[in-house]
Design a protein around this ligand. Sequence first.
Ligand code: LER
Ligand code: MN
Length: 271
Amino acid sequence: MIQSAVTISLVTQARGGPFVYWDDLAGSMQRAKDLGYDAVELFFPGPDAVDRSELRRLVDEIGIPVAAVGTGAGMVIHKLSLTAEDAAVRERARQFIREMIDFGGEFGAPAIIGSMQGRYSEQVPQELALSYLVEALHDLGRHAARHAVPLLYEPLNRYETNLCVTVAAGVKLLESSGVANVKLLADLFHMNIEEQDLAAALREGGAHIGHVHFVDSNRRPAGCGHLDYAPIAQALREMNYQGYASAEAFPWPDSDAAARQTIEKFRELFG
Ligand code: LER
Ligand code: MN
């Protein structure tokens, strides 16, 4: 069954970004539980930002698991990228993600590679950048397998990457390179910019899709933009999608209202 999740960010440098809850980890996890979410998706400054036994205690006591962990702080805070020109920067990016995989893995949660994929440029041409990305996905996918979780790779819209901007490009990358244990993250906000038909793109992604960022066209909570969710929900049901629909949206008009709006829309579509 498709499950609901909501994002919590502890990254001050990402302030203004598309995360529903901010700063207060325990309070946000409790709010998510009270509103009926199945899980929380965490965006932390790094693998040591939060004491693991404290997070374990919160997960157990509040009774809400971790759906996934983001790695974008590696880019936002440390300016790391898997496709950087400098080999030392690429290796530090991989190490940061490895440690986030280990962190998430302890909680049965996959790590997400979004902005850490970087982009191709004059210094690092397209083919070379894609080869760096594929090499990293091979390595990190294998690393994630030690924890029996997949690695999530997220195509982003053209303003955030130029490597893979559609679900189909993500599928092609995975299938042509033969990487194992890597699933795609389908973010409806990015898809609204890049796809011709969101439901068709999801269907074509099929079993490659392992996580969904559930958000509207303008990155406000689902139902506060102009996406038509009926065909999207229909496609996910027909694909027998079993992963999370995770609210990665602006806290609009505020965190609790965004969380409530999303879970109501989720129930209307999947309830
Ligand atoms: C960034 O736009 C995004 O959608 C995140 O999930 C990836 O880091
Ligand atoms: Mn996203």
